[in-house]
Design a protein around this ligand. Structure first.
Ligand code: 1CP
Length: 344
C-alpha cells in the first residue's frame, strides 16, 4: 500500500500527517458522477462492478482523498433480505411494503450474502485491482437500528416515528428484526473484507433519534455483536450520528475508530472515548458552503483541537450535493498541508 495513513491512524501507529476522506464522497456533488447518474439507474450503478468502480475512484482521482469508499448503499441489505427498495430521484429511498406486524416478518430472511450480494464483492475485487495500492478501500454497512428505521417506516423521515412506535409497541418483533439484520450484516462485512476491503464503517445515521437507554437496547447491543465479529479481521469505524452520550460505551466495543458529528467538541469526544480509539470527523458539512478562506481557517482549528495522533479528518456527516468541487478540494488540501509544529 503506497498511502496507508488511514490504516496506521486506525491502529494508533505514528503518521506524518492526518489522513482525510469525506463521508458520501462517492457520488452526490461531482459533475463526473452526475453524468453517470443521468445515464444509469441507481441500483444499476450499484450492481454493475465497472460503474461502482468508476464512481468509487472518482474522489481519489479528482479530489485526492486518502481513502476510497465503496459506491453502494446501506439499503442493499434490506433488499437482499427480501424487501423491495426503490430509489426515487430527488425524493430518496422508498420501501413500498414495509414491516409492520408478525406476518410481514415472513417476507424477510437472513440471506446467503454470496448469492444475493455477490455484485458488491465483485465490485470490491475490481476496485482493489484498479486502486493498485494507491489508498485503502473502505467497505460499509448500515447499523441494524438505522436499517430497521427504513424497513419499518418505508421511507426517509425526520423522526422515524413509525419505526419507533413499532419498537415500543412490538418489542419482541423489533428485536427479531434487529437480530436478523445483525446476522446478515456480520456475514456481509466479513465477505467485504475477504473480497479486499481494508477497513469497514458502520453507519448508524439515526442513532441520535434514540434516548440513551433505547440506544443501548435498540442499537448498541447489536453493533457490539457486529464489532466483536469483525474487528479482528479488519479495522471497523462506528459512526452513530447524534449518539455522543454513548462514545465511552462505543469505544468499549473495541472498534478501532469512532465517527463524530459536528455537535460534539473534540476535547469532549476524546475525554468520553478514551485514548485507545481513533476519532474521525467532524466538520459541519454545510460549512463547506462557506468562502474558501473560512473553510481553511476552521479546518486548521479542527486539526489543532483533535491533534495528530489517533485522528482521521472527515466531515461530521455526508457531503451535501450542492458543495462546489473546489470547496471540497480546499477541505482536503488544508488537512494535507497542515503543519502541527507551526500552529498556523
Ligand atoms: O442517484 C443518487 O445519486 C442517489 C443518491 C444516493 C447515493 C449517491 C443514495 C440514495 N445512496 C448513495 C450512495 C451511498 N449511500 C454511499 C456510497 C458512497 C458515498 O456516497 O460515499 C453510502 C456510504 C451511502 C450510505 C447511506 N445511504 C446512508 C448512511 C450515511 C448517511 O449519509 O447518513 C443512508 C442513511 C443511506 C440511505 C439513503 N440512500 C440514498 C439516500 C438519498 C439516502 C438518505 C435518505 C434519507 O435521508 O433518509
Amino acid at each position: 500500500m503506497m498511502n496507508d495513513l488511514l490504516l496506521r491512524a486506525l491502529k494508533g501507529a505514528p503518521v506524518e500527517r492526518v489522513p482525510v476522506w469525506m463521508m458520501r464522497q462517492a457520488g452526490r456533488y461531482l459533475p463526473e458522477y452526475i453524468a453517470l447518474r443521468n445515464r444509469y439507474g441507481f441500483f444499476e450503478r450499484c450492481q454493475t462492478p465497472a460503474l461502482a468502480c468508476e464512481i468509487t475512484l472518482q474522489p481519489v482521482d479528482i479530489i485526492g482523498v486518502d481513502a476510497a469508499i465503496l459506491f453502494s448503499d446501506i439499503l442493499v441489505v434490506p433488499q437482499a433480505m427480501g424487501l423491495e427498495v426503490q430509489l426515487i430521484e430527488n425524493k430518496g429511498p422508498v420501501l413500498p411494503d414495509p414491516i409492520r406486524n408478525d406476518k410481514d416478518l415472513q417476507r424477510i430472511t437472513v440471506p446467503d450474502v454470496q448469492d444475493r450480494l455477490h455484485y458488491v464483492f465483485d465490485a470490491i475485487r475490481l476496485i482493489k485491482q484498479e486502486l493498485n495500492g494507491r489508498v485503502p478501500l473502505i467497505g460499509f454497512a448500515g447499523a441494524p437500528w438505522t436499517l430497521l428505521c427504513y424497513m419499518v417506516q418505508g421511507k426517509g423521515s425526520k423522526t422515524f416515528d413509525e419505526a419507533k412506535a413499532f419498537c415500543y409497541t412490538q418489542p419482541e418483533l423489533a428485536h427479531r428484526v434487529l437480530q436478523m439484520i445483525t446476522d446478515t450484516t456480520i456475514g456481509y462485512l466479513k465477505e467485504q473484507i475477504r473480497a479486499g476491503a481494508d477497513a469497514v464503517q458502520l453507519f448508524d445515521s439515526w442513532g441520535g433519534l434514540l434516548g440513551p437507554a433505547d440506544f443501548e437496547h435498540l442499537s448498541l447491543q447489536y453493533m457490539r455483536q457486529i464489532v466483536a465479529a469483525v474487528k479482528d479481521e479488519a479495522p471497523i469505524v462506528v459512526f452513530a450520528k447524534g449518539a455522543w452520550h454513548a462514545l465511552g460505551a462505543m469505544a468499549a466495543t473495541g472498534a478501532q475508530g469512532l465517527g463524530l458529528d459536528w455537535c460534539v467538541p473534540p476535547e469532549m469526544a476524546r475525554q468520553l472515548a478514551g485514548n485507545k480509539t481513533t476519532l474521525q470527523g467532524n466538520f459541519d458539512p454545510a460549512k463547506l458552503l462557506s468562502p474558501i478562506p473560512v473553510i481553511q481557517k476552521e479546518v486548521k482549528q479542527m486539526l489543532h483541537d483533535f491533534g495528530r495522533e489517533r485522528y482521521i479528518a472527515n466531515l461530521g456527516h455526508g457531503i451535501l450535493p450542492n458543495v462546489p468541487v473546489d470547496h471540497a478540494r480546499a477541505f482536503v488540501d488544508t488537512v494535507k498541508n497542515y503543519d502541527f509544529n507551526k500552529h498556523d
